[in-house]
Design a protein around this ligand. Sequence first.
Ligand code: MG
Ligand code: MG
Length: 629
Amino acid sequence: MKTSIATVSISGEFPEKLAAIAAAGFDGVEIFENDFLAFDGSPADVGRMVRDHGLEITLFQPFRDFEGMPEPLRSRTFDRAERKFDIMQQLGTDLVLVCSNVSPASLGGIDRAAADFHELGERAAKRGLRVGYEALAWGRHINDHRDAWEIVRRAEHPNIGLILDSFHTLSRKIDVGSIRSIPKDKIFIVQMADAPLIEMDLLYWSRHFRNMPGEGDLPVREFTEAVAATGYDGYLSLEIFNDQFRGGSPRTIAADGYRSLIYLGDQVRRNPEAATLTVAEMPDRVSVKGIGFVEFSTDAEDGENLAGILKTLGFRKTAVHRSKKVSIFQQGEIRLLLNTDEKGFTNASFAVHGTSAYAVALIVDDAGLAYARAIALGAEPFEQPVGQGEVQIPAIRGVGGGLIYLIDERSELGRFAEIDFTPVSGESDISSAHLSHIDHVAQTVAYEEMLTWLLFYTSIFEAEKTPMVDIIDPSGVVRSQVVENASGSLRLTLNGAENRRTLAGHFIAERFGPGIQHLAFHTEDIFATAAALRANGFEPLSISPNYYGDIEARFGLDPGLTERLKADNILYDRDDHGEYFQLYSTTFGEGFFFEIVQRSGYRGYGAANAIFRIAALKKALRPEGLPKL
Ligand code: MG
Ligand code: MG
C-alpha cells in the first residue's frame, strides 16, 4: 500500500500544498487541473516540483463528460482528451481520471460507453498512457462502480481500468462485496474519503463534507478490506473536498490525512483476508486503564490559590518532588501535580497560558508499546531532562501543545511518585470529599481542530467517538464530542468553540490556545460530598433557582429531592441507563473549573444542563469579562 493525496484536499498555494504533502510523509500526489491552472509554472515545472519533493504524480484529474457523447460532441471530446494527454506527458504522469458523464447531452448504453473507452485506450496506448474510469455517485447514466466496471470489462483494453472511490460507493450504500471479484490489475487506483452521515443531496455532500477516513461515519474500513481482498496493494489516495479543510492549515490537514491512511492500513492488515496489503506493523490500539495524574503549570502565587481550592475540594498534599518545585495533591485515586518550577517546559507553558492543566498521564498496559504506536501514527514525541535516578516518563504532545504522559504498572513508571517524590504529612483540618477518581477530562479546542484530535485519540487509543452534540452557550453554539472506551476508564470530552464570546471561545482566546478546561471527579454520594465541601469552605457555582422548578417538572422529581439539589447547587440529569448529578466550582483563571459528578449508570455528560451551568460560570468569571452576554 502506498499513500497519496489529491492537491484539492488541502488549502494553500500550489507550492505550499506540495511542501505540506511531502512533509506529512505521502508517497504520491494527485494533480488537480485547477491547482496548476492557478499556478504560474508550466506542466513540466509542476512535474519537476513534485519530483523534487520526492513525490510521484499518481494521476491527473479530472477529465469530465467523456463517454456516450453523440456527434459532433463526440469528436470534440476526443480532441479534448488528446490535449489532456499532452499535459500529462509534460507533467510526467501516465494516469488520467475520467469521471462518469453528467452532461444532459450524453447517451446511455454500456456498449456505447465501452466502445468509446476502447478507442480512448488505443489513443492512450500510443503515448504509453492509461485511463481510469470512475463512477460518480451522481453520474447521468453511470453512478455505480459495478456499471463502471462492466464498461471497463467490455472495453477490453489493457490501457483502460477502473478507479474506485469510497465516497461514491459508500454514499449510495452499494454492497462493497461486489468489489472482491474485480481483478486487481484492472483497479488502476483507489481514492479514499469518509463523510459524516447527513441526509442531503449527494453532490453537495461530496463537494463540501468529505473528510479523512476515520473522521466520518462511512464504513471505509469494510470498503478497504474488500479492495484488499482483490490483492490490490497499490495507492490509497485521499480525495477530500471539505470547506473547513480548505480554510485550515495545510500542514495539519496533510498530517491528519497521512495519519488517517496509516491507521486505515493498520486496521485492514489485521483482517487475515486482507493480508496482501503491505503495511508497516505497529502495536495494538492502546487500552487506557485510567488517569495516572493531571499536572498543572503555575507560579508561586497562583499555585497557592489553586492549592487552596484543592484543599476545599478535600485534597491533601501528600508528597513533594526531590529536585523540582512540584507537589502532589491526592484524594482517592486522583493525583494532581502542582508544578511551580521556574525553568523547563512547564514554566514555558505557564509563561504562555498562565496556570493550566497542561499534562495528563494515562495508565496503560505497556508504556513502551503505547509510545511506539503513537509515534507510528505521527504523534510528536516529547522529552526533557530529568534528575539523576529520576524516572523518565515517555510523553507525546497533545491538545494545545500540552503533554500526554504514558505510565504503566509493569515498570518503574508506575512508581514515579515513590522514586521522584518525598512524602509529606497531610494537613489535619481537611476532610475528604469522597472523590474517588477522574470521571472525565474536558478539553476545549477551536472547532476546526476537532476532527484532528478525534482522529488522534481514536487511532492511538482503544476508544470510540460518540456523535456530536450541540452545547448551547448563551452566546453561541459549542460543538461537543466525546472519546471514551467501553469500561469508562477513559473519558475525554472535546468542545469545539466557534466564537470567542462563548465560555469555551473566551477560554481559548484568553489563555492563548486550546487546552483542558475542566476536570470532573467522581463521587459515589453527591450529597455526602456536598456536605464535606461545605465543611471545607468550598465555593460552589451558584445555580439559578429557576432551574430546579424546571427539572422537577421535567423529570417528575420528588420535591424533597429538588430542595436538596437546590440547597447544594447540584444539577440533575437522567437517561435510559441511570441518573447523573453534577456540582461545579466557580472559575479559576480564564475559565478553568472543577466538576464533581455522581454517575449512576448514566452514559452522557449532562449536555442538557450545559446552558444553565455556562450562564452561571460566565456570571462568575469576572465582572468585567464577557461584556456582551
Ligand atoms: Mg473520486
Ligand atoms: Mg463535564
